[in-house]
Design a protein around this ligand. Structure first.
Ligand SMILES: Nc1ncnc2c1ncn2[C@@H]1O[C@H](COP(=O)(O)OP(=O)(O)OP(=O)(O)O)[C@@H](O)[C@H]1O
Ligand SMILES: [Mg+2]
Length: 472
């Protein structure tokens, strides 16, 4: 980093539009902010300038005399250029805005361009340079809270890192307890908005008649009971991230209002005459299959399309059993701190029992189970017995047959001294048998449950001398 006394370099912005009047208005607005501006009238001219030198931000119109703005965007993306591209799209053209974001645009503006919005978006793009510089000197700590190195978790983390570079709306899907909120927080902390607020909103927890007031705010006297003015979620999240949790529960009438806010990028508080530009990054989450809600008519297709520009699907715990030891470790560390029991640990039998449990409630259920077991354990070592029945997280679901299975498993007693290799073989055998039973001896499916490929599965089955009738 440069020393505090040396001035930061002046941000350089390239404006690409074939209308001279528009270029001039943009340029004047940006120069007034103290930024340096270069202008190009078309694709060829822009490329010539870009080949000569780099810019921090490029504002690119969709339709240019000699080609499409999207070509220029694709070219910059293919060259892995560092310019953050802001596309100017026609009002109401959701398809081009979404396509631009998917192609790697940092953000988009709708025409006619609101100059306040222009300043906000460019400012936001410029602070990204700063965040990127900081991020280079420090590995992303935000992702460390999201424990797991299995292939599906690595894919999730890659997508979050990529999504953090721009403003594209992100939809996080996954079963209950898979870590959707954690992922949303990680995304915020990875982004250039990390210094701004993270505002989580549980859409299912707000009474329907209050939704509009809560989302957009209201002015004093706007309705009976509005004794003071009140900021809505959009205002509260300005400069940061608005996290719309359980978005699938939003009633239709509110979906229409949210769509308008997303489209126009402006909101108006109840009782207010002026609209305010929106300066939030939208992240939504749902445990529902939102595409199906759209098909069934309970969720608006156009809103789904706008919110789901980047999609992150968190794997169920059963799809990433590889991560179980690491997860148990991390959750136990938290419990050790919370319960002030520094010596608390998980016995080998207990870990093996967890491997056999059917986690309908995913990581949250694992966390609840460990918390409960820690409280029940007579000593500082949690045993398989302490894990007992599934924790209450899944009260609304059919009881899982965990306890039953735990009894079917071999009685393991790791008393020291102990023949460790033989003991581990016994544990491995129990886990393999359990997976085979669950999949009705389908080796491919059983291998998948355990994060193995078929060859590894066959090798282990052979090594441990497991026969099909062992599993019956
Ligand atoms: N990958 C993970 N690493 C560590 N802890 C996790 C992970 N995923 C989830 N957790 C923990 O599990 C609990 C549930 O996570 P979270 O609230 O993010 O789930 P969710 O997907 O939002 O669930 P729901 O749909 O029920 O709201 C939290 O305590 C969280 O810290
Ligand atoms: Mg949640």
């Amino acid at each position: 980093m440069s020393e505090a006394t040396s001035p930061a370099p002046t941000p350089r912005i390239l404006v690409v539009d074939d209308e001279p009047d528009l270029r001039e208005i943009y340029a004047l607005t940006l120069i007034r902010e103290g930024w340096e501006v270069a202008e190009a009238a078309g694709v060829a001219e822009a490329r010539a300038l870009l080949e000569q030198s780099g810019f921090d931000v490029a504002i690119v119109d969709m339709r240019l005399r000699d080609g499409e703005g999207m070509e220029l965007l694709a070219w910059l993306a293919a060259q892995r250029r560092s310019e953050r591209v802001i596309m100017a799209t026609a009002y109401g053209n959701a398809a081009t805005a979404v396509q631009a974001l998917k192609t790697g645009a940092f953000d988009y503006l709708t025409k006619p361009v609101d100059l306040r919005q222009l300043r906000l978006v460019v400012r936001s793009a410029l602070s990204l340079g700063l965040a990127a510089a900081v991020a280079q000197t420090r590995p992303a700590p935000a992702l460390q809270a999201l424990v797991g190195d299995s292939a599906p978790m690595r894919a999730v983390k890659d997508t979050l890192r990529r999504a953090a570079r721009g403003m594209a709306p992100v939809l996080i899907q996954g079963e209950s307890g898979t870590g959707k909120e954690l992922a949303a927080r990680a995304l915020h902390e990875l982004s250039n908005r990390c210094a701004g607020p993270f505002v989580p909103v549980n859409c299912s927890a707000i009474p329907e008649h209050l939704l509009e007031a809560e989302f957009f705010g209201y002015r004093k006297g706007a309705f009976t009971g509005a004794v003071n003015s009140h900021d809505g979620f959009f205002a509260a999240a300005a400069g940061g991230t608005l996290f719309l949790d359980e978005i699938g529960e939003l009633p239709m009438a509110m979906q229409a209002k949210l769509l308008r806010a997303v489209q126009e990028r402006r909101v108006r508080a109840i009782g207010e005459t002026a609209e305010a530009p929106v300066d939030v990054r939208l992240v939504s989450a749902t445990h529902r299959d939102l595409a199906r809600c759209v098909a069934e008519g309970s969720f608006r297709q156009d809103l789904y399309y706008r919110l789901n520009v980047i999609d992150v699907t968190l794997p169920a715990l059963r799809e990433r059993l590889d991560d179980l030891p690491q997860l148990a470790d991390a959750l136990l560390a938290r419990i050790r701190r919370d319960q002030e029991r520094p010596a608390l640990r998980l016995g080998a039998q207990a870990l093996a029992a967890l491997g056999r449990h059917d986690f309908q409630g995913n990581v949250r259920e694992l966390e609840n189970m460990l918390q409960r077991a820690a409280a029940l354990a007579a000593s500082d070592t949690i045993g398989a017995d302490d894990l007992g029945a599934p924790a209450g997280a899944a009260a609304d679901r059919a009881p899982t047959p965990a306890a039953e299975r735990a009894q079917l498993g071999p009685q393991l007693s790791p008393e020291l001294p102990l023949d460790l290799p033989a003991y581990l073989d016994q544990v491995e055998r129990a886990i393999l048998l359990d997976a085979l039973r669950r999949t009705r001896f389908n080796r491919t499916a059983a291998a998948q449950l355990l994060g193995l490929n078929l060859r590894q599965m066959r090798y282990r089955i052979e090594r441990l001398g497991i026969r099909d009738d062992d599993a019956r």
